[in-house]
Write a protein that binds this ligand. Structure first.
Ligand SMILES: [Zn+2]
Length: 276
């Protein structure tokens, strides 16, 4: 209990910033934020993939109707960091997330671990084995950090048969909360730069609706898509299609996927998560 709070003990300022940002961002309902993002994606024919912590689905099943025609998958149950919580908690998180999705008639076809942390008790494979045992074969739980990367990014095939498409470590939480960037042009530049350094691989963005769905930031999403569309040899593709098509892509082609995690529907959920 309180592990998350203790995790911030060396950086009280960041915790304070996160909470104050969340307080202001949560003044708008999450379904509006998601729909504002969808409107941009629909305008540009982009298929988004949302990841949602399933305690939120249990609490408010109707939130999933906000995803409209876009894809979605589970993002843990209580948004537990399995690297800290250990084996039993990791298993329960995945199992519970799958159960909630199925109970509500949704398909848990892909999974993203909260904080993109997946090493359980120093075992690099266990998490993916747990996914497999729960019927999940597609994953997006590895964060490859910010560029430069040694090689262009590509799907990672685990021994148990699960495939991970990694996400990049350039995301709005780091840029806005940690670095304090509120300038939209600079945000676009940072997102674009990640693509630029990852050409010929696959770039998976994590654009959290809590920030990028805000009226003040939504133009970043649109400007980034427009910029990417001016490039040659770039295909913006759904995460689902990327699993099938990466191996068939032309060598010079870069695939880009848009994803976004939903960890809270209100500031109270954030507080609830902190004690798990
Ligand atoms: Zn998350």
């Amino acid at each position: 209990m309180f592990k998350r709070i203790l995790g911030y003990r060396k950086n009280v300022r960041l915790l304070f910033k996160k909470i104050t940002n969340y307080l202001s961002f949560h003044s708008e309902d999450m379904s509006n934020l998601i729909k504002r993002m969808n409107a941009v994606f629909d305008r540009h024919d982009v298929k988004m993939t949302y990841f949602i912590s399933t305690f939120l689905v249990e609490q408010r099943p109707s939130i999933c109707s906000a995803f409209e025609s876009h894809d979605f998958g589970p993002h843990g149950h209580y948004h537990v960091n399995v690297a800290q919580a250990g084996r039993r908690a990791a298993w329960n998180e995945i199992k519970e997330a799958v159960r909630v999705f199925k109970t509500h008639g949704f398909d848990p076809w892909v999974y993203r671990a909260p904080y993109a942390r997946h090493i359980i008790e120093n075992d690099p494979n266990l998490f993916f084995e747990f996914e497999k045992k729960n019927g999940i074969l597609r994953d997006s739980s590895i964060n490859v950090g910010p560029p430069p990367w040694e090689n262009p990014l590509k799907p990672i095939k685990h021994d148990c048969g699960v495939i991970t498409i990694p996400l990049i470590g350039v995301a709005d939480d780091g840029l806005i909360d940690n670095e304090g960037i509120f300038d939209n042009r600079l945000l676009v530049k940072r997102f674009y730069n990640a693509f630029d350094q990852g050409r010929t691989g696959i770039i998976v963005y994590d654009l959290h609706p809590i920030r990028m769905g805000q009226a003040r930031f939504i133009n970043v999403v649109e400007a980034l898509i427009k910029r990417l569309k001016t490039e040659k040899n770039v295909r913006i593709i759904s995460l689902r299609d990327a699993f099938e098509q990466f191996d068939k892509k032309a060598e010079e082609e870069t695939l880009v996927c848009f994803t976004g995690d939903i960890d809270n529907l209100s500031i109270f959920d954030y507080a609830r998560r902190l004690v798990h």
